[in-house]
Design a binder for this molecule. Structure first.
Ligand SMILES: Cc1cc2nc3c(=O)[nH]c(=O)nc-3n(C[C@H](O)[C@H](O)[C@H](O)COP(=O)(O)O)c2cc1C
Length: 307
């Protein structure tokens, strides 16, 4: 009764929003703050593992930095993560710093919608724990959503070698600008993870937002590899250097060599170098952002276009 009454009064805010935005736009600015310093981390932090929730950056931000997310247009603080240094990975002369997320807050919803939304989302996660592919504690999922305040692009990762071929969606990806590296966090149970570690090369297709249904269908290839390329329902083209099948209608194709991989909790963290990057078209790309960010923007009359 009480729950129904609350449901009628208080709007329901989904955990995630799937949005169609220009990949070049910077809607949210990320900054790392530590004692005595701060640095722009907008293109220099990624998620390295979901469990435990770990952030990677090329910036050495001390032992207990704050990662703050601001709306680029208004300057308003949207949310922040409190981090604790966990380790450092050295690759050639570059360093990548790993930070465990200790706490997080966001300011996208007012009272009482903020605590009610978290309560609802946590309750749903616990109810569907067995089928929830995130497989993380509710508090960590709330912190993960804060890391998605900047809309994060979805790409299709493809690889091919004798006896193994695959293409599947990823969004735990991105540049670590000051290190010159690009990272991917892949659940260690992914069927292509062992091949990726040994093959050390892959291609990224940046799909147009209109490909959303196809992209989501390809999620099953996290568990089972592609048997034959012609079983896919969309045209492919070959990447220029590695000759790996990629999405013919992609907005951008990138080829990556893997220079380092290591297990971090639930995920294998891959550090890569981009060896080619070809823009094939312009337009909106599929991105994910936190549902509370989209809710805030809608209330301000400027929601991201949803797909
Ligand atoms: C759009 C999209 C992006 C994804 N990104 C990642 C990723 O970056 N890393 C990862 O390990 N899994 C990623 N996944 C895979 C999911 O976390 C999940 O493992 C997959 O959908 C299979 O789920 P199931 O095992 O519950 O069926 C992604 C899935 C989708 C649909």
């Amino acid at each position: 009764m009480l729950r129904k009454a609350i449901g009628r009064i208080v709007p329901s805010v989904p955990q995630w929003a799937t949005v169609a935005v220009d990949p070049a736009e910077r809607y949210v600015r990320a900054e790392l703050h530590w004692e005595g310093g701060h640095a722009d981390a907008t293109r220099d932090h990624t998620v390295a593992s979901l469990n435990p929730l770990t952030i990677a950056t090329g910036i050495d931000a001390g032992t207990h930095p704050l990662l703050r997310y601001h709306d680029s247009h208004t300057g308003s603080l949207l949310g922040q993560l409190r981090l604790r240094k966990e380790g450092r990975i050295a690759v050639d002369r570059a360093g990548v710093h790993l930070y465990r997320v200790e706490k997080g807050e966001h300011y996208c919803l007012g009272w009482p919608l903020r605590p009610l939304t978290a309560w609802r989302q946590n309750r749903n996660m616990l109810r569907h724990r067995s089928t929830n592919h995130l497989n993380m504690e509710p508090a960590a999922a709330q912190q993960l959503m804060i890391a998605y305040l900047p809309p994060r692009p979805v790409v299709l990762v493809s690889l091919e070698t004798e006896g193994h071929r695959n293409i599947f969606p990823m969004d735990l990806i991105g540049p670590l600008e000051s290190s010159g590296l690009f990272s991917l966090a892949l659940r260690s149970s992914n069927v292509s993870e062992p091949t990726m570690r040994t093959l050390r090369r892959l291609a990224l297709s940046h799909p147009p937002a209109s490909m959303k249904p196809t992209v989501y269908q390809l999620a099953r290839h996290h568990r089972e590899a592609v048997t034959a390329w012609n079983e896919l329902s969309f045209p492919l083209s070959r990447s220029p250097g590695f000759d790996i099948p990629t999405v013919a209608s992609a907005l951008r194709i990138e080829e990556l060599t893997i220079v380092h991989s290591e297990a971090i909790g639930s995920h294998t963290f891959f550090l890569c170098r981009i060896v080619s990057s070809d823009g094939m078209g312009t337009g909106a790309q599929l991105h994910h952002t936190a549902g509370f960010h989209q809710h805030r923007r809608r209330r301000q009359g400027m929601p991201f276009p949803e797909v």
